[in-house]
Design a protein around this ligand. Structure first.
Ligand code: SF4
Length: 102
């Protein structure tokens, strides 16, 4: 069974495996407990951090910024405007393969 949800907290109790999507693309895929314990993609980390908690003193951080306009062509990783790990190569245009001669 496939369940599509924005509620990761609920998904934890019903899914064996979770695929996280951003702008229609899968950005992370992992068995549920692994995803919750060791999220790799910054978007997954942001989603998990946004789950409300009753833990004292812990405010739920939110993902910064807004998703880019999907009607505009963007170059590189679409998560760059919101990513705390962004680096120059993240903005490189990888849409065309390049051949370098040595
Ligand atoms: S902006 Fe860079 S570091 Fe952040 S998710 Fe995209 S590729 Fe990864």
């Amino acid at each position: 069974m496939l369940v599509v949800t924005h509620d990761l907290a609920a998904a934890r109790f019903i899914a064996e495996k979770i695929l996280v999507m951003y702008l229609g693309q899968i950005v992370e895929e992992a068995p549920t407990e692994l995803l919750f314990n060791r999220p790799i993609h910054p978007y997954t980390q942001g989603l998990l951090a946004a789950i409300p908690t009753t833990e004292p003193g812990r405010l739920a951080p939110t993902l910064a910024g807004e998703p880019p306009d999907t009607l505009e062509r963007h170059v590189g990783c679409p998560f760059t405007p919101r990513c705390y790990k962004v680096q120059d190569p993240c903005r490189w245009d990888m849409s065309e393969s390049q051949v370098y001669e040595v």
